[in-house]
Design a protein around this ligand. Sequence first.
Ligand SMILES: [Zn+2]
Length: 316
Amino acid sequence: MIVDCHVHTYRWPEHRDREVVLRNLPSLARNWPEEKFISLYDAPIERYMSENMEGDGIDKAILVGVQSPKTNGVHVPNKYLADLVAKYPDKLAWCCDVIPTEEGAAEEVERCVKEWGAIGVGELVTTTQCFYPNDERCYPVWEKAQELGVPIVIHCSPEQGHSLPMKYGDPVLLDDVAIAFPELKIVICHLGYYKYEDAVFLLEKHEHVYADLAWLSQISGLDRTRMSSKYPPVLVPYFHWYYPILLYLSGTWGLRDKLIWGSDWPWSSPRNGIELLTNINEYLRKDNLPEIPQEIIHNILHENWKKVFKINGVED
Ligand SMILES: [Zn+2]
């Protein structure tokens, strides 16, 4: 059973503050036709389902929230995600999102998990939500997640937006969280992105720290789904995709079953991501790199998510 553990869904204009969005875009965006905004910021889950879940596609998708109203102008209400899951319970599960430094965040997590069926907390994004994960104002949220037995799904690496402070995007900050909350499951999104060496070390060091591979196929240049021609060509594709995975598998301390698969749709193509991972050894052979045992690849797609998420109605 393939579970896409990292899926976004949001609507335009309901979930975005147009003024904040325009502030982050070049000034000529003020003249963009409405269709352009729709192509960028409208991602209905029905489109994901029809493109990726029919036939031999993905069996389940875990929706993760997006809440960064001040920096990116986006706010997807938790109730919106809960209602989608209630509408498509066989296909979807969800994680609630909060800004963990805000008053009442732990209570919101409890409500979402107990009343609305959330199975995790995320996608927390340290750079767009502007917090250090080891800031003690976040600790009630981490404590609540640990108590409820749900993982936090956290993007703790830099992002390109010019106003997003890099200082918040250091995965090493998660070390303090894993030490203070030893039973809390932590999923490091995108395997730490270009800070993958630190992320891999955390996976080796802490029993309950995991990572997803979401977005890596796109950022590596192997999936051009969301790249317009204005992006420079990636001269050395693969680097942000198979080097992090190989480093993880070559470490000596940790377990070998802590990578889970997600797409980060709509930012990358789920089908393309599955195909790349399934055929990763073809790429490795081409570059004279060691191959990955088929069982490990299979488990990334089909098995490892079970250690992180408990999906209602799905047996271990
Ligand atoms: Zn994401």
